[in-house]
Design a protein around this ligand. Sequence first.
Ligand SMILES: CC(C)(COP(=O)(O)OP(=O)(O)OC[C@H]1O[C@@H](n2cnc3c(N)ncnc32)[C@H](O)[C@@H]1OP(=O)(O)O)[C@@H](O)C(=O)NCCC(=O)NCCS
Length: 434
Amino acid sequence: MNTETMTQGNTDKIELNYGGREFSFPVVVGSEGEAGVDIAKLRSSTGLITLDPGYANSGSCRSAITFIDGDKGILRYRGYPIEELAMKSSFLEVAWLLMYGELPTKDQLATFTHEITRHTLLHEDFRRFFEAMPKAAHPMPVCASAVAALTTFYQDAAEAKDSRTSIVRLIAKMPTIASYAYKHSIGQPFMYPRNDRAYEANFLRMMFGTPCEEYEPDPVIAKALDLLLILHADHEQNCSTSTVRLVGSSKANLYASISAGISALWGHLHGGANQQVIEMLEQIETEGGSADHFIARAKDKNDTARLMGFGHRVYKSYDPRASILKKTCSDVLARTGVSSKLLEIGMRLEEIALHDEYFVQRRLYPNVDFYSGIIYKALGIPVNMFTVMFAMGRLPGWIAHWLELNADPDFKIGRPRQIYTGSPKRAYVPIASR
Ligand SMILES: CC(C)(COP(=O)(O)OP(=O)(O)OC[C@H]1O[C@@H](n2cnc3c(N)ncnc32)[C@H](O)[C@@H]1OP(=O)(O)O)[C@@H](O)C(=O)NCCC(=O)NCCS
């Protein structure tokens, strides 16, 4: 095979010399100056494909939803800095922004909030779905299955065409689904949603209330939850969002696509990391609280321990969401009066890691999960529900990407290629001769 070289000829095309022939491919530039080479015609013109395990260098789509600059620690939804949205907005407003591209007007937000509030109830038959699950089940697969099962309750063709109703149903019912998964696991009765509560307060009541007495969520706690949901609402083409897009690209409906996203989020290298952060901090506490010892383990190549909540595929500086949460973390702990032992260990870990050559060289900084786990713990959210909280927050982002995908003039079913490394052609061997 001839040697192939790829050189950037100028700012608007890439030249490729392969097999004695020259090819050129256009450079596409995004609105923030991000440049990429458009290789849509690569295979048809050269016979080559690209090989990029983990897709670290591959753009799968054009998207106008979220901008991240991982080197500078920038995150913006539809152009608005996450810091401003965190301070001034609300989760439902951010959800609208992500899905429809602009901040809602007063009337739009009022109507949207009204619709969400009035779609929170689950079909009564759905209760049996939760009751059929083992009590020890992790709530993530329960939620993923429940969201997929929404298709069985709402399967009319009209809904498939008018995604607006599906969207409202999904955002409205997700807290109910999440709380039912939890209530079933602890053997308490399901709490019906109430229309006189705001989104987060309603969820907290369904989680922690019982029919025996009224439960009033602390507004500071409800606000902290609102903030966490905003910070998790989108993060461009991560594993779960790409999953939603890939499943959606087969024209699977919204519920089926989101259910796949929930499953993708469950893994501990993605949404499951905040659960692992708490487990790591608790383990360090049980073993005497030595952060230094754990740091040494995380650096040791012969030890499988990793500093959970540290490092990010995209952020190679401080995750801006972690900066926002660091402050909220102290506020919530002060308000709830929860023991801050875990936070103390977390702070110590962070301090060591930020000055340790191993972490500095690899540009490993705290990510959003480092603090979200500690806050959820202080809010009384059980550890195995942390990822469910992440899913609840990520919902509008997933929906926004599903909508964008379906409206894309370049829409194509997702179908990557591969470099085959298996056996060459060989003859079948009858079982008697093997
Ligand atoms: C998120 C994560 C998967 C990103 O992975 P990535 O960009 O593919 O980076 P890599 O796994 O290739 O790691 C690069 C180097 O840093 C090291 N590293 C990465 N994260 C580390 C961590 N949390 N603790 C210790 N070492 C870590 C790797 O061992 C590797 O070292 P090497 O170059 O000597 O082989 C990874 O940082 C990680 O596992 N973090 C902990 C889990 C977590 O918090 N996930 C939540 C993400 S929001």
